[in-house]
Design a binder for this molecule. Sequence first.
Ligand code: SF4
Ligand code: SF4
Length: 293
Amino acid sequence: MIISVASGKGGTGKTTIAVSLSLSIESIEDVQFLDCDVEEPNAHIFLKPTIKTQNKAYIPVPQIDETRCNYCGRCAEVCVYNAIAILPPSEGKKGNSLIFPQLCHGCGACSALCPQGAIKEVNREIGVVEAGNCGRIEFIQGRLNIGEAISPPLIRQVKKHIKPEKTVIIDVPPGTSCPVVASLKGSDYSILVTEPTPFGLNDLILAVELLKIMNIPFGVVINRADLGTDEVDKYCYEQDIPVLMRIPFKREVAITYSKGEPMVKVFPQYKKDFTDLFNKIKKERCKRENRDS
Ligand code: SF4
Ligand code: SF4
């Protein structure tokens, strides 16, 4: 089962939940932890894995052979990311081509559709995929190179490591944009972590809409549940969204976090709550499967 842990906004405690869940069920499940928050992976701070392999990640970007190109502009037309520009003739030249590698997603459309066969692909390094383990937990993370603007290709390379026979926990980047979609895709269930504030509710609503479009079943975990308002609870009730867990604010937990210690290691009493969370997810998933069959 693939469980993604997502959040419409940053700072809700998403990584804390993903890490705590993994550490709480590692004795009963074969767990694989994927940190897909490749722009700022931080689960390793808490899990402290032993990294065994580091593989550079590349994407194929186009290179135009000017001796073959007739500047028809087809490649620029098909590139939805505006990573190629074909310029009109000037200074006695039939035309000019410009490639913006930082915008290229490596989809291959331009090279496949060039009528002159003038485009070859060259690898461009975008980051690294690291794999190792933290006790019984298999750990994989992506790290995007500084200055890179596009993370979904690296996220997809991290996800190639998924072993569906295991319980896979994915730490999803915050927000609702393309990296989030790339991370969530293929999930059997998603946990949306939020906090009971107007910002928390606003971004929860966006994340809920995304998961509905992606047809991924989900439930909500409310972190710092005793602070703020009850608007998140009301919203979940009205929308028939299961609230899987409420975690009250505790200063000691915040201190633990700031020291890079997983909360369930310092406060093992939480392990039962996270094991219950896992069992609820299994039940919710069964309910959904029965409803759909
Ligand atoms: S599609 Fe091919 S031939 Fe046309 S402009 Fe692009 S590289 Fe040149
Ligand atoms: S590979 Fe895809 S994204 Fe990159 S330039 Fe070609 S069409 Fe655009």
